[in-house]
Design a protein around this ligand. Structure first.
Ligand code: COA
Length: 407
């Protein structure tokens, strides 16, 4: 296996971005990632690109991108633009081959996985993965209808995503005694984490009591249990090149990917997301680690119950213990594993096509910023991205070695 490093990463502001187009979000993320490749320390000479972005002239040029993987769920429905591979390719002067990937809310991580496979094949050495979604230009009803296209719409007719996850919450509450308060702590904790994330849609504390009292959306889920409707984009640049200047960059150690039925009614159990469990097992096995080795995890908390399920299915806590673990503080700074340091989908926002890329971009940034203060020589982080109500699940494991590797 070739070593794949994340040499560039960028996340746009997430939120209700009325003054932005889908194209401009893709553009900002693309050039933001290019600009980040060698960091300001190396990028001494900057030039202004035709799109208005500053680029490091001497070291890393856009022409080094050999292929582009574009993640998006519903650009056609939200923004009347389906031809997104071409939209992004034309932003680069050499118009590299570009692929558009769709897998509902897991579009970003599947685009990453395809990029990794292309790199492993040897066809390309350096690629860009960029994901974006512009969701707020249509009405709330239209958004809900578009998103429901990721469920088995004909069989689950009328069931919105909040309603489907509400069923999972009810099952978990009945089987394990998971409480309304525990759901609220998930939301509240993620909002606390988002306070230091300047890109987050909601950069503010929300006490658990406020979550419990917010408007009911689908019993038992309330407004503040739900990830919001968001605009945003994110990008990473991956390479298999063995240049010395990239030796301190984070490594993608493993990816696991599994599928399940789209329709909840056809699942054997509603107490777990089987695809998450299987994807996680694959990823841990490939990386040669266990859940106990993970220090940070960005998990797919599209609804608070989804985070509780994820922390169990990823092996951080025993089945049924996810709610109490969060309540005890095991998932925040000082706990066993820091879940959603970015604020997660709940507080950072969930522009669906961007989320899977954002999780990995955020972890890459976090790992690099912490590398000199960390106690361990090598730190592992995990990204968990889900499509729909668990039909698709992808788990990435990323690592950061403390000092520049000798190789
Ligand atoms: N966290 C914090 N505040 C939130 C919030 C959130 N997740 N979602 C909305 N708000 C705030 C808004 O900022 C707004 O505040 P304001 O009145 O001060 O401006 C208020 O709550 C109402 O928001 P609004 O966007 O009008 O709510 P809505 O009723 O249109 O939508 C949901 C609420 C929950 C239905 C919608 O966010 C939703 O559908 N979320 C799920 C998206 C989804 O399914 N994604 C795919 C997952 S698989």
């Amino acid at each position: 296996m070739k070593k794949i490093r994340i040499i560039g990463n960028y996340i746009t502001q997430f939120g209700e971005l009325w003054d932005r187009s889908l194209e401009s979000l893709f553009e900002e993320a693309t050039f933001g990632a290019l600009n980040s490749v060698l960091g300001s320390k190396f990028a001494k000479k900057m030039v202004r690109h035709e799109y208005g972005t500053l680029l490091p002239k001497s070291r890393f040029l856009p022409t080094e991108i050999e292929a582009v993987f574009v993640a998006n769920m519903a650009g056609g429905s939200f923004a009347n633009q389906e031809h997104l591979n071409a939209v992004v390719a034309q932003m680069l002067p050499h118009r590299p081959p570009a692929f558009r990937v769709e897998a509902a809310c897991a579009s970003g991580s599947i685009a990453l996985e395809l990029a990794e496979l292309a790199l492993q094949s040897g066809k390309y050495k350096t690629v860009l993965v960029v994901g974006a979604e512009k969701m707020t230009d249509v009405s709330a009803q239209t958004t809900t209808k578009i998103l429901s296209g990721a469920s088995e719409y004909q069989k689950e007719y009328g069931s919105t995503f909040p309603a489907l996850y509400a069923l999972l919450a009810q099952a978990h509450m009945q089987a394990f005694g998971t409480s309304r308060e525990q759901l609220s702590v998930v939301a509240s904790q993620n909002h606390t984490h988002a306070v230091s994330n300047t890109k987050a849609q909601f950069q503010k504390e929300i006490p658990a009591e406020v979550v419990s009292k917010s408007a009911v959306i689908a019993e038992p889920l309330r407004l503040l249990d739900c990830s919001p409707v968001s605009d945003g984009a994110s990008a990473v640049i991956l390479t298999t090149k063995k240049s010395k200047v990239f030796m301190h960059k984070p490594v993608i150690e493993a990816v696991g990917h599994a599928q399940d039925t789209i329709n909840l009614a056809e699942r054997e159990s509603l107490l777990e997301l089987l695809a998450t469990k299987l994807a996680a097992q694959q990823a841990y096995q490939t990386a040669g680690i266990t859940p106990q080795d993970i220090v940070y995890a960005e998990v797919h908390d599209c609804f608070t119950i989804a985070q509780i399920l994820a922390t169990e299915d990823l092996g951080f806590f025993k089945k049924g213990d996810g709610g109490s673990a969060i309540e005890k503080g095991d998932t925040t700074i000082g706990g066993k594993v820091i879940i959603n340091p970015s604020g997660g989908l709940k507080a950072c926002g969930h522009p669906v096509g961007a989320t899977g890329v954002k999780q990995v971009a955020f972890l890459a940034e976090l790992l690099q910023s912490q590398q000199l203060t960390q106690k361990k020589d090598k730190v592992y982080a995990l990204a968990h991205n889900v499509g729909g109500s668990g039909a698709t699940a992808v788990v990435h494991i990323v690592s950061q070695t403390k000092y520049m590797e000798q190789s």
